[in-house]
Ligand binder design. Sequence first.
Ligand SMILES: Nc1nc2c(c(=O)[nH]1)N[C@H]1C(S)=C(S)[C@@H](COP(=O)(O)OP(=O)(O)OC[C@H]3O[C@@H](n4cnc5c(=O)[nH]c(N)nc54)[C@H](O)[C@@H]3O)O[C@H]1N2
Ligand SMILES: Nc1nc2c(c(=O)[nH]1)N[C@H]1C(S)=C(S)[C@@H](COP(=O)(O)OP(=O)(O)OC[C@H]3O[C@@H](n4cnc5c(=O)[nH]c(N)nc54)[C@H](O)[C@@H]3O)O[C@H]1N2
Ligand code: SF4
Ligand SMILES: [Mo]
Length: 693
Amino acid sequence: MTKIIKTTCSTCGPCCEVDAYVKDGKLIGVEGARNTPMQTGGLCAKGVAAAQYVYNKDRILYPMKRIGEKGEGRFERISWDEAYDMIADNLLRIRREYGGRSAVFYAGYSKWYRPALLRLSNAFGSPNFCTESSTCFQAAALAWRLVYGNMICRPDLKNVKTLLIWSSNLYHTNTPMSKMYQGLKERGVKVIDVDPRHTVTAHDADIHLQLIPGTDGALALSMAQVIIEEELYDRDFVDKYVYGFEEYREYVQEFVPEKAEKITGVLADKIRLAARTYAGGGPAGLMFSASPIVHHINGVQNYRAVFSLIALTGNYDIEGGNRTQPGPASPVNEFGKIRRFDGEEALGQKEFPVWFDLSCDEAQCINLADSILEEKPYPVKALFAMGLNHRMWPQPEYLKEALKKLDFYVNTEIFMSESSYAADLVLPACTSYEREQVHVGGGGRFFFSNQAIQPVGEGKNDIEIIMDVFKRMKLQDHTLEDEILEGGYEAYMEHILEPSGLTLEELKSHPEGTSGKNLILPQVRTYEKEPFHTPSGKVEFKSLVLERYRDSHGYDGLPVYRDFREDPAVDRKEYPLILNTGSRKPQLFHSRLYRMSWLKNIEAVPLVEIHPEDAERYGVKEGDTVKVASPAGEIQGTIAYNIQGQPGIVYIYHGNAQGDANELIGRDYLDPISGFPGFKGYFCRIEKAGKDV
Ligand SMILES: Nc1nc2c(c(=O)[nH]1)N[C@H]1C(S)=C(S)[C@@H](COP(=O)(O)OP(=O)(O)OC[C@H]3O[C@@H](n4cnc5c(=O)[nH]c(N)nc54)[C@H](O)[C@@H]3O)O[C@H]1N2
Ligand SMILES: Nc1nc2c(c(=O)[nH]1)N[C@H]1C(S)=C(S)[C@@H](COP(=O)(O)OP(=O)(O)OC[C@H]3O[C@@H](n4cnc5c(=O)[nH]c(N)nc54)[C@H](O)[C@@H]3O)O[C@H]1N2
Ligand code: SF4
Ligand SMILES: [Mo]
């Protein structure tokens, strides 16, 4: 008999509600759930392939202990008991010898278990809890916080009249949310899209600003120049609530649209039109993204320039603008509630101090390989990782080698990947189909995700693993403390819900999801009641936090535009093309889905996407195997024509073991404020394979 079970897909981030079809205990199919606020029965290509994810031949079935040399990839099955003993013995031994800070607790892309891992890191006494946010979202949050002092504010989509989409392509990156765009268009909202490619989103926009990647700062400053010059800015708001306006006004003067056109490639008149539409067609919201803008070496400053437009036009915390609380929410425990143990210097703290000043609750681990190899700033000896994928980092082979030098390394994973080959121990995690979970949705809504099938092999849910590890360590060291990790997983789910006023039982009795009983209500103009949480108490067009580090780190208080193409270290004659890696594709998700036959065949080897004009210029054509060389490395790929983009730019998706775009990105090529790599603005050349590159 086939059962339909309400659960979630978490093959990628959004955690869509789905109906899982289960026959004789096996997952045989998945459909999007119906009649929920986000779903109407549809699913993305990745979600449809769920059974290939769950029953993939790469699944890790049991705890596995390394028997070969580090890096060789030979493991043998052991029991959970042995695995836990091994972890407790080694982590505690290393802590005795080198201190708590010598162990790093790392979470890759999967966010749901992070609060529990942070608890484990805190209980252990390590300041080094870090995540994939060392390359994602955090820099955007940082840029926002430098300007406004709070958590990033989302656009109030229900009430916007104009929406400025600054690099986001939800049709490919967040299928459930993409339906929202269609609703906007039907309501007559004016859409401006800033994107170097003519994407599906750009196609539907009223104005498409097709800029050269990484020139976002110049474009935003130019829009500001027009808005100020034409007196379209909100003088009352600026006078009362903005710090540093005069200096900013003076600085933006140089970015007249004709000059910005030369930098960005966007016609001056289009910049004027966009500026007038955003400033005059209010209320206007600004839609941001977690990554493309900050995957540049001037990323934080560029995003500060973009974010400043919101305050400049008086669109901060108003209906239809970017709001602190656009709709109801429900209070919850865990997420954002746990502070990192900061008794000692964390990884990245000296290089990227602003990250820590703005109380980001994790370390910046972009230089993890150096910390291991060169013991910088101190010896890193142990790594307790969950979902560590070395291909996230620029020049991943360097990190892969460094992992071999660790005294003890454990990775918890769904799949056996090369990132685990140097591990002493690999633990099997389970997918969302194999566990129960409380989901905190938008608008104060919660839903319960049922376990649809038994775990494949001896897989366990990550939080249970974390709790078991904590308890095993506590047997040896009674001083370890964490009340929540001591309780079971059920108690953990209750604990998340507790401030909402819901119990787990109540939630389970609402398969369609339900609202929290305690709601935080929407609000506007919060700044009238309390000052901005910046040093000046105002919106900072000139950042006093950045000014602190002018001498030591060379940071500018103003959102100064620096052009990555002027990098004196790179010979542009040798590397004439701009390299943009990782712009999302609907069928891929970083490194993890290349193993799924339905998805990988579109791109088994990396596609090197170039404009047909460039193909002609460099003597290659569609389907040719080429070498792509950058100052950092080289890979092979297959030419595909990209008419969405402009000549001079090469697009390659990342994470492919057949040719990893990240081998092309220099590991020192970082934004000096956030530490984020310049994934979307580096340099390369292409040549037919076979030639000496
Ligand atoms: N299918 C799929 N979905 C995903 C992911 C995935 O790997 N696959 N990854 C998830 C993750 S981790 C993230 S962070 C989000 C990212 O979500 P998005 O930001 O929506 O995704 P991207 O495609 O990276 O970038 C959006 C657009 O930015 C453009 N862009 C590239 N460089 C620049 C630039 O320099 N300036 C400007 N203005 N635009 C630029 C690209 O052409 C692209 O169309 O997606 C999430 N969703
Ligand atoms: N060149 C280039 N590089 C990039 C980017 C880019 O745009 N260009 N984008 C950056 C961004 S924005 C991001 S977010 C990162 C991606 O961040 P990564 O963490 O590298 O993402 P994945 O490749 O999906 O790797 C995550 C691993 O976690 C495993 N996993 C999945 N779910 C679970 C789970 O529930 N539990 C456990 N234990 N493991 C799980 C998966 O099998 C996978 O091996 O890449 C960054 N790197
Ligand atoms: S967008 Fe697709 S893959 Fe991602 S969670 Fe939703 S259904 Fe799954
Ligand atoms: Mo990301």
